[in-house]
Design a protein around this ligand. Structure first.
Ligand SMILES: NC(=O)c1ccc[n+]([C@@H]2O[C@H](COP(=O)([O-])OP(=O)(O)OC[C@H]3O[C@@H](n4cnc5c(N)ncnc54)[C@H](O)[C@@H]3O)[C@@H](O)[C@H]2O)c1
Ligand SMILES: O=P(O)(O)OC[C@H](O)CO
Length: 341
């Protein structure tokens, strides 16, 4: 199947859980969508049966097709969405360097690597102009949205008209975008919440309850906000959908891969066993070291993140993580905006 070269055709690079469900969101809002994936069985399944193993038990709208040819995905598309995991962004996009022209691009990716945010890496890899890339982030568990359950999100671009353009294309009866100019804050929210969800998942896996969860969410919000403020983000972003909203969702649901990854660690699985058991990418495990490096380079204290890094990379157990956080010096309550709390 090929895309129609019209103003409502969107190409999505990456047909995992979120890319596929976002295709449904766009189709339900009136677009034709063409998904690119290097996995031939996924292409065949979408084109032949309107199904994908990434979203079981869902019948995809007929306006969605798939291709294993990257050029075919983008050539007829008016707008382009990036939906691969953070570790695959450069390899997936580099063949398209300089070929995007003036088309609008939207990143769904939640990750940081080598001190760089995905907006920076995607813009550089594709050779985009300033503000050509918008970022979408918020409490968006793909499987719930696949069932057309109501969800809000945030679309950010310093040029609000460009963010509005994307909101017009993806708003539908169950998907409501809010707007922001704070790209950096939205990206930080989408990254740090994954790291905190690993810690919350680990506590749940150990059999701990809601008090522990609330403590980690609240102190996690403090960490996220401190890092964001040190990087020039807006404080209110962290009290919105891309901050506390996504943090609560990811720390509350077994549909979250990060929560589940942490839960498996809490139950005693090793990091490599938890990775194998994971049904998709757990960006918090991929990115926690990068988040900590960023925090350290800015002198920002992130004790939960530090404890997660010790579990993921230095052989600490989930129990040791808990003991270490409980043994910290006394602190004042509330979200202190001092970088060292
Ligand atoms: N799943 C969700 O609920 C959800 C929600 C919001 C944001 N996100 C974010 O979206 C991003 C993608 O997550 P996902 O859930 O779709 O991942 P996933 O694990 O479900 O699927 C990853 C997809 O990327 C594809 N891929 C890997 N390398 C590729 C390459 N080089 N070129 C093209 N495709 C490649 C794989 O084939 C697969 O289709 C992540 O950063 C994630 O944090 C996910
Ligand atoms: O499944 P997770 O943990 O990657 O979370 C998915 C989304 O980011 C939730 O907003």
């Amino acid at each position: 199947m090929t895309s129609q070269n019209n103003s409502r055709t969107v190409g999505i690079i990456g047909a995992g859980a979120w890319g596929t469900v976002f295709a449904q969101v766009l189709a339900d809002a009136g677009s034709q969508v063409i998904l690119f994936t290097p996995e031939p069985d996924v292409v065949d399944s979408i084109n032949g049966y309107h199904t994908s193993r990434y979203v079981p038990a869902v019948t995809l709208p007929a306006q969605i097709s798939a291709t294993g040819n990257l050029q075919e995905c983008v050539e007829g598309a008016k707008r382009i969405v990036v939906a691969v995991p953070s570790h695959a962004v450069e390899s997936a996009l580099s063949p398209l360097f300089g070929q995007i022209g003036d088309r609008e691009v939207l990143s769904l990716v939640k990750g940081v690597r080598g001190g760089e945010f995905m907006s920076t890496i995607i813009s550089r890899t594709l050779g985009l102009a300033e503000h050509q890339l918008s970022v979408l982030s918020g409490p968006n568990l793909a499987i719930e949205i696949a069932a057309r359950q109501p969800a809000n999100t945030v679309i950010a671009n310093p040029d609000l008209e460009r963010a509005k353009g994307w909101a017009d294309v993806c708003a539908n009866a169950y998907f409501r975008p809010y707007l922001s100019t704070d790209v950096r804050g939205c990206e930080i929210g989408g990254i740090v919440k994954n790291v905190i969800a690993l810690a919350v998942g680990a506590s749940a896996g150990m059999g701990l309850g809601t008090n522990t969860r609330s403590a980690l969410i609240t102190r996690g919000l403090a960490e996220m906000t401190r890092l964001g403020m040190a990087m020039g983000a807006q404080q209110e972003t962290f009290l919105g959908l891309a901050g506390i909203g996504d943090l609560v969702t990811t720390c509350s649901s077994e549909l979250s891969r990060n929560f589940t990854f942490g839960s498996n660690l809490g139950k005693g699985l090793s990091v490599s066993q938890a990775k194998v058991a994971s049904k998709g990418v757990a960006e918090g495990a991929q990115c926690c070291q990068d988040v900590l490096d960023l925090a350290n380079s800015l002198g920002v204290e992130m004790p939960i993140t530090e404890a997660v890094v010790d579990v993921i990379h230095h052989g600490h157990s989930a129990r040791q993580m808990g003991e270490r956080l409980l043994g910290r010096p006394r602190k004042m309550d509330g979200v202190s905006l001092q970088i060292v709390d």
